[in-house]
Design a protein around this ligand. Structure first.
Ligand code: BV8
Length: 221
């Protein structure tokens, strides 16, 4: 059985209308990530952070999955495939993917900073809304901010150590530890391929340039 690890980033959902971070009109050109994607930013101004994620949650709910999500959903059903995403949207799930590994969390989930309880996020989260489990008022989106440990790292590193093929789809390879996954795959002897609008400059054996909705279905099928 061929063991495949796939890592996706914002480029996978770009053609569904969800913004990327570092492209020309990306999110980080309009918001300072220190204000909206760090624990310090949340402590300073929880209302701003909730507004930022509430707007992205509304965009996500209005978006539709695209042909690249559907192709990865089909692939996710094959044995030996680990589908890792940095994305916090649910478009892979809506395309029918199973067991998606959301290493940076999920926009449609909420987290209690006090007791660790998780639940489905409401349309709009507001500062001070009590945790349904412990009633603590510090409730936040269940996403991984800068300086926080990404989720599922043991499972991801185990899959990378044993994979034969690693594909990176629609990510700039800027953020760690995800940006280091290609090296871990290479050390495991895997063939590494990048599918991206433009090559990120990462050390891949193979690079295919173009939009995800053209590249991914062709590569999967
Ligand atoms: C950690 C939140 C350690 C959720 C995100 C100082 C202090 C602390 C840490 C650090 C530090 N300096 C460096 C670090 C490490 C830091 C880091 O890497 N910083 C970078 C900026 C240098 N990493 C961390 O902090 C991580 N945690 O290190 O913890 C630790 C250890 C022990 C104990 C505790 C802690 C946490 C990283 C996660 C941060 N959260 N987001 C959210 O709001 O979404 S990161 C953010 O960037 C998103 O999650 C996003 O997924 C991720 C990566 O971005 P991309 O997906 O690649 O998107 P980007 O816009 O960059 O690129 C778009 C790509 O799409 C391009 O390549 C483009 O060509 C392509 N594209 C566009 N259109 C298309 C397309 N491709 C195909 N088709 C198209 N149509």
């Amino acid at each position: 059985m061929t063991r495949i690890v796939i890592l996706s980033g914002a480029g996978l959902s770009a053609e569904s209308g969800l913004g990327t971070f570092r492209d020309v009109d990306g999110l980080w050109t309009r918001y300072d990530l220190n204000d909206v994607a760090t624990p310090g930013g949340f402590a300073r101004n929880p209302a701003l952070v909730h507004d930022f994620y509430n707007a992205r949650r509304a965009n996500m709910r209005a978006a539709r999955h695209n042909m690249a999500h559907s192709a990865l959903a089909r692939l996710s059903r094959a044995p030996g495939v680990t589908l890792v995403t940095q994305n916090i949207d649910d478009l892979l799930e809506r395309a029918g993917a199973r067991d998606v590994v959301h290493m940076h969390g999920r926009l449609d989930r909420a987290l209690c900073a006090a007791c660790g309880a998780r639940w489905d996020a409401p349309e709009a989260m507001v500062p001070g809304a009590p945790c349904p489990e412990c009633a603590d008022p510090v409730t936040r989106p269940d996403v991984v901010w800068f300086g926080e440990m990404p989720y599922h790292m043991d499972r991801i590193e185990d899959a990378l150590a044993r994979c034969d093929l690693f594909a990176s789809i629609g990510t700039s390879g800027t953020v760690y530890p995800a940006a280091g996954f290609v090296e871990l795959a290479r050390m495991a002897g895997a063939h590494t391929v990048e599918l991206n609008l433009e090559a990120s400059g990462g050390a891949f054996d193979e690079v295919r340039e173009g939009p995800a909705t053209a590249l991914v279905p062709a590569w999967v099928d």
